[in-house]
Ligand binder design. Structure first.
Ligand code: KIV
Length: 269
């Protein structure tokens, strides 16, 4: 953020009012969080994309509360002055109200996150309300919900059909009324994201939802080129760190094998 002070839910809302774009980026470890903070992001999301981006899973479903707490703590150590949102993983907010509150409290109290994020639809609106009543800031998430792809029919744009678009608008308004401080839109048509953004007072943060949201979120691995095989249409690669890392490792391998490294300058007597 420009003033150098950590955001609050109020300053984030003010950015929407002032027409300033909000920049969110994922991070899963302390060094990445440090660079994200130094690069000037407004918010860091410790997303359950952790599963694919750092833990080697093929989707987000295997990610546990313990995984999230562990990585949120690391991110907080790397970015002490940034607003951090910790993702509630698969089934962590469905079993009971008590379990949901205890899980959210682990992210807020143990890992020192500023807010939690939940993949939401009409059925989870009471959960958002309960968390907010308990003093926990909630970022909602609508559209493509990766934790539910097995029931929703895979990775696709949501809200192309009129009744689906109307339901998404109604859910977004209800989530705002339930107390969510922001909503992530994942994979919505740009025109629908614009319409919902204009209907809400709280900020909307898009990924694959076009340019008219109040802010944007991206997965760091896409941005810096860690996923070398595939770049989603909604992402942009700003660096090629995957290939740089591979080249660095093969230079190291060559140097050790040829006796070039370590040299006398790297040795101590
Ligand atoms: O887990 C994640 O990184 C997310 C973003 C894609 C919004 O939920």
């Amino acid at each position: 953020m420009t003033s150098g002070k950590k955001h609050t839910v109020r300053t984030l809302r003010k950015m929407k009012t002032n027409g300033e774009k909000i920049v969110m980026l994922t991070a899963y470890d302390a060094p990445t969080a440090k660079f994200a903070q130094a690069g000037g992001v407004d918010m860091i999301l410790v997303g359950d994309s952790l599963g694919m981006a750092a833990l080697g899973y093929s989707d987000t479903v295997p990610v546990t509360m313990d995984d999230m707490v562990h990585h949120c703590k690391a991110v907080r150590r790397g970015a002490p002055d940034t607003f951090i949102v910790g993702d509630m993983p698969f089934l962590s907010f469905h079993l009971s109200e008590e379990q949901t509150l205890l899980n959210a409290a682990r992210l807020i109290q143990d890992a020192n996150c500023d807010a939690v994020k939940l993949e939401t639809d009409h059925s989870t609106i009471p959960v958002v309300k309960r968390l907010v009543e308990a003093g926990i800031p909630v970022c909602a998430h609508i559209g493509l919900l990766p934790q539910s792809v097995k029931t929703s029919g895979g990775y696709r744009i949501h809200g192309r059909k009129e009744e689906e678009a109307e339901a998404l608008l109604a859910d977004a308004i209800a989530l705002q009324e339930a107390g969510a401080f922001a909503i992530v839109f994942e994979c919505l048509p740009a025109s629908l994201a614009k319409k919902i953004t204009e209907s809400l007072d709280i900020p909307t943060i898009g990924i694959g939802a076009g340019p008219y949201c109040d802010g944007q979120v991206q997965v760091i691995a896409d941005l810096v080129g860690f996923f070398t095989e595939y770049l989603p249409k909604h992402a942009k690669r700003y660096a090629d760190l995957g290939n740089e890392m591979k080249n660095a490792v093969s230079s190291y391998v060559d140097d050790v094998r040829s006796g070039t490294f370590p040299g006398v300058e790297n040795a101590t007597e």
